[in-house]
Every structure is written in structure tokens, then in C-alpha cells.
Design a protein around this ligand. Structure first.
Ligand SMILES: Cc1cc2nc3c(=O)[nH]c(=O)nc-3n(C[C@H](O)[C@H](O)[C@H](O)COP(=O)(O)OP(=O)(O)OC[C@H]3O[C@@H](n4cnc5c(N)ncnc54)[C@H](O)[C@@H]3O)c2cc1C
Length: 175
């Protein structure tokens, strides 16, 4: 289980609850509001109390999860970026970064030239995505072993730092 609080726009806050796929299916899918409140109360009773008096500003959105995948990212006359080409569970909050990264890699490949460059785009995307993809799959399983989860988050942190360094080099490569 997991829960979190994300400040968004104009003073609003997104409060999320996450649970294993089986529990979502059995308990939340047909009663999102009560299931959501139960998960939050189990994770953080103070947050549940704060939520009880908060004003809701939109519909509840449930996401049952889906397995991650890689697709071919380019072919003659077409290319995919972002979730269309490569998807992983949103729990590690990384899909937007991936979409921007893909757009950058693809623009660089197109600027470089013909079909061969698009193959390089796919290879560069797969290499950049690899470890974070695997870690996301493991973290999103929401196994209850907190020590192992902490270790995975430490690795994720290292991988994200590596990715940030790689993204910082994009400008130099384009020059
Ligand atoms: C519950 C949840 C929470 C998430 N939280 C985070 C987070 O905290 N941080 C983060 O980085 N990422 C998060 N993500 C992931 C992130 O939202 C996606 O990875 C990101 O939006 C992918 O961007 P994209 O442009 O590839 O695809 P999308 O944002 O899906 O954009 C694709 C667009 O194309 C449109 N479209 C589809 N088919 C057609 C068509 N045939 N013709 C025209 N238009 C079409 C769609 O309507 C959509 O507007 C979350 C995802 C989910 C589901």
C-alpha cells in the first residue's frame, strides 16, 4: 500500500492511494470512494482525518494498473515517443520525463539523417529506459517488504541521477 499528497494548481492537492492489483480488483474497482478512504486510513490516519473535512474538487479516478511494455519505436515514415512507445507503471512518477526524453532523442536522430538514425533512436531509448523500467515493475508490485522497497528506491534514486546527467548532456550533443 502507499498514499501520497501532491500539491498541484491554484492551491489544490492531489491525494493518491495505491494498493496491489488484487485488492484493487476485489475491493476498490466497484466502490472507489470507500476503498480509497480505507487505504488512506491504513497508510496514514492523520491524512484520512484531514481528508474527511476536505472539499473534493473533481471525480475519483481509479487505475487498475497494467503491465509495462516496450514497442518498436520507429519504422519507415513513423516514430513513437512517450507512452505510445514504452509504458511503465506510473507509481515511480516518471512517464512525463520519459516522453520529453524520447522527443529529444527522436529530434536528435531525425536531425542526424535517414533510417539508420531511427534505429539508433530506439537503441538509445531502450538503453536509457532499461534499469528504471525494471525497478518500476518491482516497486509497483507493492510487495510488503519495506527493507527491500527502500533498497529499490535507493537504486531508483541513483538511476534518476544518472538520467539527469545524461539529459544535461543533450544540449552539448546537439551543439
Ligand atoms: C494515474 C497516473 C498517474 C501518473 N503520475 C505521473 C507523475 O506523477 N509523474 C509523471 O511523470 N508521470 C505520471 N504519469 C505518467 C504520465 O501521465 C505519462 O507517462 C505521460 O502523460 C505520457 O505522455 P505522452 O505524451 O506519451 O502520452 P499522453 O499524455 O497519454 O498523450 C497522448 C495524447 O494523444 C491523444 N490521442 C490518443 N490517440 C489519439 C489519436 N488517434 N488521435 C489524436 N490524439 C490521440 C490522447 O488523447 C492524449 O491526449 C501518470 C500516469 C497515470 C495513469
Amino acid at each position: 500500500m502507499a498514499a501520497g499528497v501532491i500539491p498541484t494548481n491554484e492551491g489544490r492537492t492531489c491525494v493518491f492511494a495505491a494498493t496491489r492489483a488484487q485488492r484493487f480488483e476485489n475491493e476498490l474497482r466497484h466502490d472507489i470512494e470507500n476503498g480509497y478512504r480505507r487505504v488512506i486510513a491504513e497508510c496514514d490516519p492523520d491524512l484520512a482525518a484531514a481528508l474527511a473535512t476536505a472539499r473534493r474538487d473533481g471525480a475519483y479516478h481509479g487505475f487498475p494498473g497494467r503491465a509495462g511494455f516496450f514497442r518498436r519505436s520507429a519504422g519507415p515514415g513513423w516514430a513513437l515517443v512517450g507512452d505510445a512507445g514504452y509504458f511503465k507503471d506510473p507509481l515511480t512518477a516518471h512517464g512525463i520525463t520519459d516522453a520529453f526524453r524520447d522527443a529529444e532523442l527522436l529530434a536528435w536522430a531525425i536531425g542526424k539523417g535517414p533510417a539508420k538514425a531511427l534505429e539508433e533512436y530506439e537503441a538509445a531509448r531502450d538503453e536509457a529506459a532499461g534499469t528504471i523500467f525494471e525497478l518500476t515493475d518491482q516497486i509497483a508490485a507493492l510487495e510488503p517488504d519495506l527493507e527491500s522497497l527502500k533498497a529499490k528506491h535507493r537504486l531508483l534514486n541513483e538511476e534518476m541521477a544518472r538520467e539527469a546527467r545524461a539529459a544535461a548532456s543533450f544540449d552539448a550533443r546537439a551543439a
